[in-house]
Ligand binder design. Structure first.
Ligand SMILES: [Zn+2]
Length: 394
């Protein structure tokens, strides 16, 4: 079972950041073009905007001798020559190097022509905007890299960032008034809420939302359950499907034989915290988060002899400290990309419809047990997957 690699191969930081978590980033990278190995967006910027820029440059060079329409007309063939000559000057071995070479050349030109006025200024400012976005994307990607730091170092870095950003907001309030300080504070709060409460956000650490596979991965949360687990295991056997059961530590302690049976039938067990504190895990501090993860890990290991390799947060809400602590425990964090809200939905057919809409290879499906419709949802989902030709046991 291989998780999809997180990286995509866009040449620029800008398009790498834009393409994150999107599928399939690699398919957007062009093979046969003037700029092989580049993202489609980069290709658009370079193959449309570079010629426009070169026409503008040529026209402004001709301005002392020609003006009006004549300058534009002569500028066209000049730009055409430049388009073909410049790649020899701005030659780079990698698509990333090529992108940086073009961007640096264009931005350098733009800096000296930003006050030119007219069309030249518009083109110049557009390049300065691309440069600013590229720098912002670089900083963002560097921030995300620090979010992959695991263990105590990762936790300490987060505490530092949180403290530093709040102190900065406070300093802003003293310097520019309460409104500015409150706005900065609200900005920090919105960022944290979006990062924590969106189950598929990758802002706080590496997250698996898809698999590198032709089939789909069925994951079943919130067990083991004396009623549901045996029925679900029979259904999975009948369809020849192996699933990942994300189990709650306390429930494993109460039903260790069910956890062992899940493994005996060839499925995997994931860590779904000790007590599934779904209302408060999102704001839990590092000590409680660590206890929820490690105690669950310990109970599963004691009951089955198996050490889970996957972690999933309750309702997908990973708090600020989840990622470094899960990683330090040898766990990779898994979310999903298809769900039917079967834990709250009463109508199984609605849940199945939501899960199966646009389902495709590599998808991770989220199902639940210990619900009134668990067996019905799993059965309907497996039948639908079989019809779609997506069932393949791992
Ligand atoms: Zn759950």
């Amino acid at each position: 079972m291989e998780a999809e690699s997180e990286d995509n191969r866009a040449a620029s930081a800008l398009f790498r950041a834009l393409g994150m978590g999107r599928r399939p980033p690699r398919a957007e990278v062009l093979r046969n073009s003037r700029f092989p190995g580049m993202h489609r967006g980069e290709w658009i910027v370079l193959s449309l905007w570079v010629p426009v820029t070169l026409v503008t440059v040529a026209r402004s060079c001709l301005a002392p001798w020609l003006d009006g329409a004549a300058a534009w007309i002569v500028a066209l063939p000049l730009a055409w020559i430049l388009v073909h000559a410049l790649p020899f000057v701005l030659r780079a071995r990698t698509p990333g190097g090529q992108w940086r070479a073009w961007l640096a050349a264009a931005a350098l030109w733009a800096w000296f022509h930003r006050d030119a006025g007219g069309a030249t200024a518009v083109v110049a400012w557009s390049w300065l905007a691309v440069l600013a976005l590229e720098i912002a994307a670089l900083l963002w990607l560097a921030f995300l890299r620090t979010m992959a730091w695991s263990g105590t170092g990762g936790v300490a870095w987060r505490v530092f960032l949180l403290t530093a950003s709040h102190l900065a907001a406070l300093a802003l309030a003293f310097r520019h008034g309460a409104v500015a300080g409150l706005a900065a504070g609200a900005g920090i709060a919105v960022f944290c809420c979006l990062a924590v409460l969106r189950p598929r956000a990758r802002w706080l650490g590496p997250l698996v939302t898809r698999m590198e596979s032709d089939g789909v991965l069925v994951t079943i949360d919130d067990g083991p359950d004396p009623q549901d687990t045996p029925r679900l295991l029979d259904l999975l056997d009948r369809h020849g499907v192996k699933a990942v059961f994300f189990m709650i530590g306390n429930k494993v302690a109460a039903n260790p034989e069910l956890a062992r049976e899940v493994l005996r039938r060839g499925h995997e067990i994931g860590n779904h915290t000790l007590s599934h504190p779904q209302a408060s895990f999102w704001c839990a501090g590092p000590w409680r988060t660590r206890r929820e993860i490690l105690d669950c890990q310990k109970i599963i290991h004691e009951a089955t002899g198996y050490t889970p390799g996957w972690f999933r947060a309750p309702v997908g809400h990973r708090n600020l400290f989840t990622h470094p602590l899960a990683q330090a425990a040898g766990l990779r964090v898994m979310a999903w990309n298809r769900r039917g809200y079967d834990a709250v939905e009463k109508d199984a057919s609605q849940a199945i419809r939501r899960i199966l809409t646009d389902v495709g290879p590599g998808d991770i499906l989220l199902l639940h047990e210990a619900t009134p419709i668990a067996a019905e949802v799993l059965e309907g989902t497996l039948v639908g997957l079989r019809q779609a030709g997506l069932l393949r046991s791992r």
